[in-house]
Design a protein around this ligand. Structure first.
Ligand code: FAQ
Length: 330
């Protein structure tokens, strides 16, 4: 796995004295806020760690279409259907920009797919949970896209140029997604008793999985220290999780819904909410492949890959014929 390769370089967090002159000059560029571009020299660990993070991010966008795609045919109105369809298409686009960004680091898209399909690369834990009711479309937009934005807005300033630039458009679109989700929640929370119950149930089921999207607590995060030194990540997992809780709790109050955490309290001293941690055993179980929908999600992706073989083969045959015709004409 790429992450293991990064860890196994044994070069994480070198002091300035331990760095080679080339590594020192690279770190200086990062510290001065310069962007690193594909043809620039970069340490092997930087390249591999970026492939890992961008690749996982791309896979998350692609696998992330499945829980919502499942509801397009069952959306309650034509307007809701059009909005959801547009959102799911946006996620496909995000995956494609991110695969392009990863490709600039010398990995092919086929290799990335192979790593996804064989379980060597992860995708976000959140997409291993089922979407059981229409209210889940509200909760996914509000909470899942809300958490994604919290994480991705700082990534617009990440040190790798192609990744940072991809984030700009992605963040704009995720903001629309978050609002459409919140609007679904608002409608349901102010609807009939049954609709309000469905909205509350969706919040109950998605709250902790949304908190898990930010990754393990800082003490268990293996990549944060090096990724932050290289500005591949701009904040720690716990910092972003706290920010998400602080912004989302007042939104839940506005909806008239209850965050399913009996220990949730505003802390005057810290100026933040105190909240309960997610069940980390569940998190590690889900990212090890044992979540409620892991098998289903991967099967769906593998089937899409296999079903698309004839398109890839046709396009390659067309490219070969065009090349041969061009060569013959010359
Ligand atoms: N799920 O050392 P750390 C979206 C893994 S986009 C699965 O803290 P890191 C849009 C981690 O990979 C959502 N695995 O790792 C949308 C590592 O394993 P490895 C995706 C996770 O990288 C909305 C191990 O645990 N966003 O939702 C997760 O420094 C709606 C140790 O963790 C991104 O990918 C997790 N939640 O921090 C689409 C943003 N957390 O690789 C459709 C970019 C951790 O060694 C519908 N990524 N792991 O085998 C990041 O910011 C970081 O990669 C983190 C994790 C913060 C996710």
């Amino acid at each position: 796995m790429y992450a293991q390769m990064v860890k196994s370089t044994g070069k994480a967090l070198l002091s300035r004295e331990e760095m080679s002159p080339q590594e020192r000059a690279f770190q200086d560029r990062i510290d001065q806020g310069e962007k690193i571009e594909p043809k620039d020299w970069m340490p092997e660990g930087y390249r591999k760690n970026l492939i890992r993070q961008i690749g996982q991010h791309a896979h998350s966008e692609i696998v992330g279409q499945l829980p919502e795609g499942n509801w397009i045919t069952r959306a309650p109105t034509l307007e809701r259907k059009a909005n959801l369809l547009a959102k799911v298409q946006d996620e496909a686009g995000h995956g494609l920009y991110l695969y392009c960004a990863a490709e600039t680091l010398g990995v092919s898209r086929d290799q990335l797919f192979e790593m996804l399909h064989t379980g060597k690369m992860k995708y976000s834990s959140i997409f291993n949970y089922p979407t059981l009711t229409w209210a889940d479309m509200g909760a996914v937009g509000w909470l899942v896209d809300g958490a994604a934005i919290m994480n991705q807005v700082p990534l617009q300033r990440t040190s790798y140029g192609p990744y940072a630039r991809a984030m700009v458009r992605i963040c704009k679109e995720e903001s629309f997604h978050q609002r459409q989700g919140f609007q679904i929640m608002l409608t349901m929370a102010n609807g009939t008793e049954d609709q309000k119950r469905m909205a509350q149930d969706a919040l109950n089921r998605f709250w902790y999985p949304a908190l898990m999207m930010f990754g393990p607590s800082d003490k268990d995060s293996v990549h944060s220290a090096q990724s932050m030194a290289w500005k591949i990540k701009m904040n720690t997992n716990d910092e972003l999780r706290q920010k998400f809780v602080d912004e989302t709790v007042p939104q839940a109050e506005f909806l008239g819904l209850t965050v399913p955490d009996e220990h949730l309290t505003w802390n005057e001293d810290t100026g933040h909410y105190d909240y309960s941690e997610p069940d980390w055993n569940e998190f590690f179980d889900v990212i090890s492949g044992n979540g409620p929908c892991n098998t289903e999600r991967l099967e769906a992706r593998k089937m899409a890959w296999d079903d698309g073989a004839w398109v890839r083969e046709g396009m390659l045959a067309h490219a070969r014929k065009s090349q041969a015709r061009k060569a013959a004409a010359e």
